[in-house]
Design a protein around this ligand. Structure first.
Ligand code: URA
Length: 241
């Protein structure tokens, strides 16, 4: 049970004060009855709420897939840079969403944004070891030896031994290589540092898959959409069961 003014305010219908005024004007209806008291408590999942004769679509959580562009940071607030949250419409920002994990400022591709703390916790927990798949362009030819090093677990500059990772070569020429990398961890600059320890440089990085969720090919960089119900279910499934 929650106060009606809080519910409507969280859904973006205005400040608590504004909601109080709307209610006083008789514009809010619950289960067919106009209410005049802004403090009443209801279960928003079980009541039919109307504002100005329009049905209120109640939801507690939002789930967004973004094709993150380069140049924005994966944070809710930043002193200097534009954030992925700044790119969202205000109707999503009012849910106070945050990115699930991080992509570097220059990395593009699949980023999940939600206000569901429990799902976030599961997806970034080492217990779930969610697979993350990246398409990467590398400045030098990648070899079968590199594939073996990834399989064994690359040792990073700080001595950390990564979990086994999958590296597949898409194409190689004198200018470098295009590869696909699957990792389960999410250490700071992980993919870039894995290649650095093999004396190679990542020149372009795009995340194309997160768990069982693939980046929607219709999403241009900088655009986003809400997840479908099915996609939310897929994300909530333990990937190892
Ligand atoms: N690995 C990186 O180096 N950068 C990212 O943004 C994601 C994975």
């Amino acid at each position: 049970m929650e106060r009606i003014d809080k519910i409507l305010s969280n859904l973006g219908y205005g400040s608590r004060k504004e909601i109080k005024a709307i209610i006083k004007k008789g514009l809010v209806e619950i289960d067919g009855k106009i209410i005049k008291d802004n403090t009443i408590k209801i279960n928003p999942k079980e009541c039919i709420i109307k504002v100005n004769d329009e049905l209120v679509e109640y939801k507690k959580y939002i789930y967004i897939m973004m094709n993150k562009p380069a140049g924005v940071v994966s944070a809710t607030y930043d002193k200097y840079d534009e954030t992925v949250i700044d790119l969202l419409d205000i109707k999503y920002q009012i849910f106070n969403p945050f990115p699930v994990g991080r992509l570097d400022k220059d990395t593009v591709g699949l980023l999940l944004i939600t206000n569901d703390g429990e799902l976030n916790h599961k997806l970034i927990s080492p217990k779930w070891n969610v697979n993350k798949v990246y398409y990467a362009e590398i400045n030098k030819p990648v070899t079968s030896l590199d594939i073996k090093s990834f399989e064994k677990g690359v040792i990073l500059d700080d001595g950390y031994k990564c979990l086994p990772a999958k590296l597949s070569i898409i194409s190689v020429d004198e200018n470098g290589s295009r590869v696909e990398v699957t990792i389960q961890e999410g250490k700071f600059h992980q993919v870039k540092r894995m290649f650095e320890s093999l004396d190679k440089k990542v020149v372009y990085l795009k995340r194309i898959k997160f768990g069982n969720l693939e980046l929607d090919k219709n999403l241009e960089e900088g655009s986003y959409r809400e997840l479908t119900q099915r996609e939310i279910e897929i994300l909530n499934m333990d990937p190892h069961n």
